[in-house]
Design a protein around this ligand. Structure first.
Ligand code: DAH
Length: 339
């Protein structure tokens, strides 16, 4: 029995010292000291020893058990230390590596233009408001003096949800919504998306942006319209910008006009940007039609107003010399970074 115990001691100690992983160490523990382990097996045979031998063997067995326990514990600690060191090494962070650059974005060219226009009008006392893009036929057409079958609807075909609900074709719808719940004096500016069923090309998109303006008060005349829009044009395109108004037709204004600004590339002499004209068309405008006022319960005998609608893409494309409208929607960073 002595030899058996000594053998277990030397074998087990060698195996423990050689164990490279805690799992291997654990299976050694089971093999030698476990309930069905080799050491336990020998202890069970103690009963067969003589009374004289038993205490000696008992002592030796205890020594062996204690030695194995100590070896297991020490080796386990070593392996744990080693595993931790390896993990620390593999997960090490090199704090001296320069940080990845954080790229800070900036506003989209369309947003830049919208904010500039709104800021200029806000300085003149206009308040920026918004209206829904999914709109009733009533606000988009009917209340803007454009009844069903009016020819002006042909140029503004859009996407219908039902007979009376559509994607708005113009921000002019916000005029009516505003006048319905506000009493004059009214001064609002309404930027937003509008939709038309146009095929995509360099100058068309089924989604684009407009900015609507509306002013209603007592004694408002065409002179106020021209004055306000002239201030806007100078603020937007430079102090030397001249404006000119050409008669036009919109169902919801009377009289109606289109406003041109002197070309901000050539100053009016004629260049590629203005196609030799010296002038660039910027917006539609006019005096709010009495029918529109009346429909919003505003007395046209007492009040008058002017309105205008500006195409945001048009201004952005001209200002930044962008020759294809699709670029402003594709959001290619190489394009956007330029603004
Ligand atoms: N809504 C018109 C369009 O989309 C633009 C417009 C013209 C707006 C005259 C106005 C206006 O407010 O008075 O073509």
């Amino acid at each position: 029995m002595r030899e058996a115990l000594e053998k277990i001691r030397s074998e087990a100690l060698a195996a423990i010292a050689a164990a490279q992983e805690s799992a291997a160490l654990e299976s050694l523990r089971v093999r030698y000291s476990g309930k069905k382990g080799e050491l336990t097996g020998i202890l069970k045979m103690m009963g067969k020893l003589s009374a004289e031998e038993r205490p000696k063997m008992g002592q030796l067995a205890n020594d062996v058990r204690t030695a194995l326990e100590a070896a297991f514990t020490a080796r386990a600690a070593e392996l744990a230390d080693r595993a931790l060191a390896a993990q620390l090494k593999s997960e090490a962070v090199d704090v001296t590596v320069p940080a990845a650059p954080i790229s800070v974005g900036h506003q989209h060219p369309l947003t830049i233009v919208i904010n500039e226009v709104c800021t200029i009008f806000e300085a003149m006392g206009f308040e920026t408001v918004e209206g829904p893009e999914v709109e009733y036929d009533y606000y988009n057409f009917e209340a803007l003096n454009t009844p069903p079958n009016h020819p002006a609807r042909d140029t503004q075909d859009t996407f219908y949800f039902s007979d009376n609900m559509l994607l708005r074709t113009q921000t002019s719808s916000v005029q009516v919504r505003t006048m319905e719940h506000r009493k004059p004096p009214i001064r609002v500016i309404a930027p937003g998306r509008v939709y038309r069923s146009d095929a995509v090309d360099a100058t068309h998109s089924p989604l684009f942006h407009q900015i609507e303006g509306l002013l209603v008060d007592e004694g408002v005349t065409m002179a106020d319209l021209k004055g306000a829009l002239d201030v806007f044009a100078k603020g937007m395109f430079g102090a030397r910008t001249a404006t000119r108004f050409r008669p036009h037709h919109f169902p919801f204004t009377e009289p109606s006009a289109e406003m041109d600004v002197s070309c901000f590339a050539c100053g009016g002499e004629g260049c590629r940007l203005c196609k030799g004209e010296g002038w660039i068309e910027i917006l539609g405008c006019g005096m709010v039609h009495p029918n529109v006022l009346r429909g919003c319960s505003i007395d046209p005998e007492k009040y008058s107003g002017f309105a205008f609608g500006l195409g945001v893409e048009r201004v952005a494309l001209l200002r930044y010399k962008i020759d294809d409208m699709r670029l402003v929607y594709e959001n290619d960073e190489r394009f956007l970074r330029q603004f």
